[in-house]
Design a protein around this ligand. Structure first.
Ligand code: FAD
Length: 554
C-alpha cells in the first residue's frame, strides 16, 4: 500500500454520473494520485438523462450525449479510463479489485481508496423476454442504440410505454414527437408517483391532449410474441393493445451486488450505507449515486433517491475526501441532506416536486396541511403569462415546510428550487412568505406564486380562515359557491348556495351563520375573500375549499 496519501492509487468503479465526477474531483485536489476508472460499458460520462431526447430527435447528434471521452479524461486530467472492464469482486484485505473485460480477459488492480458508483438497474418484469427484438429498457447508451436500430429496421407506428415515471413520460413525449401512436400503461392509478393524485391529473390531461392513450391501474398480463417480436400487450382486464415497440420503465433497483459480496453494510432501504463523506462501513471504500442511501432532510432517515444531482454531488464529496491527506480530508465539504427534488417536461407542461408529498406524510404519520394556489408564472398582465399550480405541504401547528409540487407551462423549476432551498435550511411557511425574490413583470409577480402559497398556508395555520381539503366530504355543510354563472354552467357543484362574489356583501344574510360553512370558487382566491367576509359577519365555522373547484374536479 502507498504510504504517502499524495501518491495514492484511487480506483473508481462505474464511470458515469457519480464515478466520473468523483474521479475528476479527486484529480483537482490531488495532482499526484494515480486515478483509474473501470467502467463495464463502452462509454464513460455520457448523459443518460439526455437519452430520451435523442430518441425523439430533440438532441440531434448522438455525440452530444458523450459529455467527456476516455481521451479527454487522459489528456486533461491524466485519469486512466478502462471501458469494457467489469469489476467482479473486491478483496478488502489485499485492497484489490478483480474483474473481466468484454473480451474475457481477467484483470486485477490494487487500490488505496476505492470509489463505487455502480448505479442502479431497471426492474425487469416477468413479461420482458430477453431475446425479444422490440422490447427494451432505456437505461444506457446501448439501450438507446438498440431502440433506434429497431425503429430503423421495422416501421414503428404504435408503441407501448410501460411505467409512467419520469423516464417513461420522457419517452412517451419523444415517441409522439416522432409521429408514433403511443399507449401508456401504468399499474398505479396515476402517473408520476412523486406527485399527489390531483396534481398528477393535470399531466394526465396533457398526455390525453397530445393523443396518448392511457391505461392507469392497468397491470400487464402478458406480451404476445411472433418470431421474438412483441405484437400485442395484454392487460389483466382483457384489454389487448397491438404494438410495434414496447419500452419498459418500471422502476430501478440499486446495483449493490459487488458491495454486498465485499461485506459492506447495506442499509434498511437496500442501498449501501455511507457516512457524510460517502465512506462505506470500510473507510477505504466510498460509494455514491443510485447504489447508496442518502439522508433524507425532511424524514431525517436514510432513503434511496436515484437522481443525477445527488449522484454528482456525492461524487464530488467522495472524490475530494478519498484523495486528500488524512489531516485535511474531514475539512472538505460533506454530503448533507437530499430532498428528492425532481422535475420533468411532458409536452407543454412541467411537473416536479421536492420534499414530501401528502402520501409520504401520511405514511410517515406526520400531521400535515396543504395549500394549493393557481397563479401566473409572471405578472398576469404581461404578455405570455402561463398558469402555474403550486402546492405546498407543511406541518400542522408550527408550519415547518415539508414539501411542494408544481405543475405548469413555465416557472415550475424556479419555484421548486426556492422551496428546496427553504427545505435545506429547515424553514417554515413564514420564512417562505418573507423571501425577498427578484421581480419585474417579465419574470414574476410582486407577490410571487411562492408568496401566495405561503400566504394561503399562513391563513390556514392561523384560521384566517382555515382550508378544507379539496376532496373533503361536503355533505351537511353550507356550501357557498361564489363563482360566476358561466363557471357554474361548466362545472356545477351540487347542493351549493350560489352567490357570486360581488353580490356577497349584499346577500350574505341569505345564509345561516350557525351552520358549518365552506366557500368555493375556481381556485380558492375569491372563496378566501368570501370566507373572510362571512367570518367577519360572525359565521362560527367557515372554511375555504383548498384549490377550489379546479382541484376538486380532478
Ligand atoms: P450511473 O450514472 O448509472 O453509472 C453507473 C455506471 O456503473 C454504469 O455506466 C455502469 O455500466 C457501471 N457499472 C456498474 N457495475 C459495474 C461494475 N461491476 N464494473 C464496472 N462498471 C460498472 N436523473 C435526474 O435527476 N434527472 C433526469 O432528468 C434524469 N433522467 C434520466 C433519464 C434516463 C433515461 C436515465 C437512464 C436516468 C435518468 N436520471 C435522471 C437518473 C440519473 O441518470 C441517475 O440517477 C444517475 O446517473 C446515477 O448516477 P450513478 O453514478 O449512481 O450511476
Amino acid at each position: 500500500m502507498t504510504s504517502n496519501p499524495e501518491e495514492q492509487k484511487i480506483v473508481v468503479v462505474g464511470g458515469v454520473a457519480g464515478g466520473a465526477t468523483a474521479a475528476a474531483r479527486a484529480r483537482r485536489v490531488n495532482a499526484q494520485a494515480e486515478i483509474t476508472i473501470l467502467e463495464k460499458g463502452s462509454a464513460v460520462s455520457f448523459a443518460n438523462c439526455g437519452l430520451p431526447y435523442h430518441l425523439g430527435g430533440e438532441i440531434e447528434q448522438r455525440g452530444q450525449l458523450l459529455v467527456a471521452t476516455a481521451e479527454l479524461f487522459w489528456n486533461r486530467f491524466r485519469i486512466s479510463v478502462r471501458t469494457k472492464h467489469e469489476v467482479k469482486s473486491i478483496d478488502r484485505e489485499q485492497k484489490t479489485v478483480t474483474g473481466r473485460t468484454a473480451d474475457g480477459t481477467t484483470f486485477s488492480l490494487p487500490y488505496d481508496r476505492l470509489i463505487l458508483s455502480t448505479g442502479s438497474e431497471p426492474v425487469r418484469p416477468p413479461f420482458f423476454e430477453p431475446n425479444s427484438r422490440n422490447v427494451f429498457h432505456l437505461w444506457t447508451l446501448d439501450d438507446m442504440d438498440h431502440i433506434m436500430a429497431a425503429m430503423r429496421d421495422r416501421p414503428v407506428q404504435r408503441a407501448t410505454v410501460v411505467g409512467a415515471g419520469f423516464v417513461g413520460l420522457e419517452v412517451v413525449e419523444q415517441l409522439v414527437h416522432r409521429g408514433v401512436e403511443v399507449t401508456l400503461v401504468e399499474r398505479n392509478p396515476q402517473v408520476l408517483g412523486p406527485l399527489d393524485r390531483e396534481m398528477a391529473r393535470m399531466i394526465e390531461d396533457e398526455l390525453r391532449r397530445n393523443g396518448v392513450a392511457m391505461h392507469l391501474g392497468g397491470a400487464i398480463k402478458s406480451l404476445t410474441y411472433e418470431d421474438n417480436i412483441a405484437t400485442a400487450v395484454s392487460l389483466g382486464d382483457g384489454t389487448c393493445i397491438p404494438t410495434d415497440l414496447v419500452i419498459v420503465g418500471a422502476g430501478v433497483r440499486p446495483r449493490t451486488q459487488l458491495a454486498l459480496e465485499a461485506g459492506l453494510t447495506i442499509g434498511s432501504t437496500g442501498g449501501v450505507q455511507v457516512n457524510e463523506f460517502m465512506q462505506t462501513s470500510d473507510p477505504n471504500i466510498y460509494a455514491v449515486g443510485d447504489m447508496v442511501e442518502y439522508h433524507h432532510g425532511v424524514l431525517n432517515k436514510p432513503m434511496r433517491i436515484p437522481l443525477a444531482a445527488p449522484a454528482n454531488r456525492a461524487g464530488r464529496v467522495a472524490g475530494a475526501h478519498a484523495a486528500l491527506a488524512k489531516n485535511v480530508k474531514d475539512e472538505t465539504s460533506s454530503m448533507g441532506s437530499v430532498f428528492g427534488t425532481c422535475i420533468v417536461r411532458v409536452f407543454g407542461l412541467a411537473a416536479g416536486s421536492t420534499g414530501l408529498n401528502e402520501k409520504a406524510c401520511r405514511a410517515a404519520k406526520i400531521e400535515h396541511r396543504a395549500a394549493t394556489i393557481q397563479a401566473t408564472h409572471h405578472a398576469s398582465y404581461f404578455p405570455g403569462a402561463k398558469n402555474l399550480t403550486l402546492k405546498v405541504i407543511y406541518r400542522a401547528g408550527d408550519g415547518k415546510l415539508l414539501g411542494a409540487q408544481a405543475v405548469g407551462a413555465e416557472g415550475c423549476d424556479k419555484r421548486l428550487d426556492v422551496i428546496a432551498t427553504v427545505l435545506h435550511f429547515g424553514g417554515t411557511i413564514e420564512d417562505l412568505s418573507k423571501l425577498d425574490l427578484a421581480y419585474a413583470p417579465p419574470f414574476g409577480s410582486a407577490k410571487d406564486p411562492l408568496h401566495m402559497a405561503a400566504f394561503v398556508a399562513e391563513n390556514d395555520l392561523h384560521h384566517l380562515p382555515a382550508l378544507t381539503e379539496f376532496d373533503s366530504e361536503l355533505d351537511g355543510m353550507q356550501i357557498v359557491d361564489v363563482r360566476n354563472a358561466s363557471e357554474i354552467a361548466q362545472l356545477p357543484l351540487a347542493g351549493a348556495h350560489w352567490i357570486p362574489i360581488d353580490e356577497l356583501a349584499q346577500r350574505w344574510t341569505e345564509l345561516d351563520p350557525q351552520r358549518p360553512t365552506v366557500t368555493v370558487c375556481h381556485s380558492g382566491k375569491r372563496a378566501h375573500i368570501a370566507a373572510c367576509w362571512l367570518h367577519g359577519q360572525g359565521f362560527a365555522n367557515v372554511k375555504n375549499l383548498n384549490g377550489g373547484m379546479s382541484m376538486r374536479s380532478r
